[in-house]
Design a protein around this ligand. Structure first.
Ligand code: R1P
Length: 403
């Protein structure tokens, strides 16, 4: 769609494509004529034909028609957030945080045949999927962005459009929680992952608790108020002068990683960077970068000063702290055996020394980790679709972008 009627009033335009790959134009700068210095009026793409010269369409708000509120897909079978459909995503997926990491690691894929570039699609929500082959095996690289809800989209929407068993490896960045994990190491969640969640009830109930605490400290009562030292921690409720209440941060029990994929990945990683740069252990995925990872500051009442120390005391094998692996492993665990998953992260920060990796070193480590992850993905054994499923696929003539 070309908004030619509005080009004159709105100045230069930038050509780009909409989510269907159709050519559209976006106005870039204010108009040059004095009368046209009026603030442009935003209209939806549906209204653009009736709009005046000062209107500019809100690009990207136009979505195809979705059916099924329970699991929305469009008329082509494309998922709601990732925008991919059957045949575009391989059963072996490398999930990475950023778009730039996905683009970088796509250079490690087998060179595409001339005139047939790698499949690449960016959804309206910014999820990028790149599909090609690695060591001859079809693989997809998906930029997952940040946090557990985004990992949930990636796992569930890809599961819905891929047939047969799947393998998903996350390659991210993380904080190294304790030695032997150090800056630049590849930390593998071979012992699984716990989740850390901030508990808003702690603050909601704080007033009531503090009055209980004051009462328990009063000279008319016996006992010691020990609540002041138990604002953080990993298990059980905090005690306030004999009254127990919720704690500011809650941690889950560990969920396991796939042992076969973990062993493969550890072996590949050791081969790429050397065994002394690979550490296997437990991961923790937090629901935020700041308070739930024990980062302190004075702007908010976070009550997290002892969080890291408590985590380490409760989990001596804890090595990495990030934001997505738990969701991946939890969904794989609940996938009825249909997903094998593991997470590996480059240690970008040392939480115990407060050191942060020089950013220019990150790309090299992403490539090392990417090579190890892609090798593990390409070589892990997966069950194909059942006979009945294979039959339906043939009947439906699904087109695979890697063929
Ligand atoms: C925070 O800066 C982000 O970096 C880490 C965290 O898990 C979070 O997503 O991983 P990625 O580098 O994969 O995004």
């Amino acid at each position: 769609m070309y908004l030619s009627g509005h080009r004159r009033a709105m100045g230069p335009t930038k050509p780009c494509s909409d989510m269907h790959g159709r050519q559209i134009c976006v106005n870039l700068v204010a108009p040059t004529s004095i009368s046209a210095y009026r603030r442009p009026r935003l209209v939806t793409r549906a209204q653009v034909d009736k709009a005046d010269d000062h209107a500019v369409a809100v690009i990207g708000r136009h979505k195809p028609t979705y059916k099924n509120a329970n699991f929305p897909t469009d008329g082509e079978g494309r998922t709601y957030h990732l925008g991919t459909k059957e045949g575009e995503v391989a059963p072996r997926i490398l999930s990475v945080g950023s778009v730039s990491r996905a683009l970088l690691l796509s250079k490690l894929l087998d060179p595409p045949t001339p005139g047939r570039p790698l499949f690449q699609r960016t959804s309206s929500r910014g999820f990028l999927t790149i599909t090609g082959r690695y060591d001859g095996e079809p693989v997809s690289i998906v930029s997952t962005h940040m946090g557990q809800p985004n990992m949930d989209f990636v796992v569930r929407e890809n599961r819905a459009i891929v047939r047969g068993q799947m393998a998903i490896v996350r390659l991210g960045t993380c904080g190294a929680v304790q030695r032997p994990a150090k800056l630049g190491d590849l930390l593998i969640a071979a012992h699984g992952s716990i989740a850390i969640r901030r508990n808003p009830d702690y603050w909601t109930l704080m007033d009531g608790r503090e009055s209980l605490l004051r009462a328990s400290n009063s000279p008319t009562r016996n006992g010691t108020a020990n609540g002041t030292t138990t604002t953080n921690g990993n298990s059980g409720a905090a005690t306030y002068g004999g009254f127990s209440g919720p704690k500011p941060y809650m941690t889950s029990l560990p969920v396991p990683a796939n042992p076969q994929l973990a062993a493969l990945l550890a072996a590949e990683a050791a081969q790429v960077v050397g065994p002394d740069r690979v550490v296997e252990g437990l991961n923790a995925s937090a629901d935020s970068f700041y308070s739930s990872q024990g980062r302190t500051g004075s702007d908010f009442d976070d009550r997290n000063e002892g969080l890291l120390a408590d985590l380490v005391a409760a989990h001596p094998d804890l090595v990495s702290l990030e934001m997505e692996t738990f969701q991946l492993l939890d969904l794989a665990r609940c996938s009825k055996g249909s997903i094998k998953a593991i997470g590996m992260c480059v240690a970008l920060a040392e939480r115990y020394s407060n050191a942060f990796l020089e950013y220019h070193k990150l790309e090299e480590l992403e490539i090392s980790g990417g090579n190890a992850a892609l090798r593990a993905l390409a070589h892990v054994s997966l069950d194909g679709p059942s006979e009945a499923e294979a039959e339906t696929l043939k009947e439906r003539e699904v087109q695979y972008v890697w063929n």
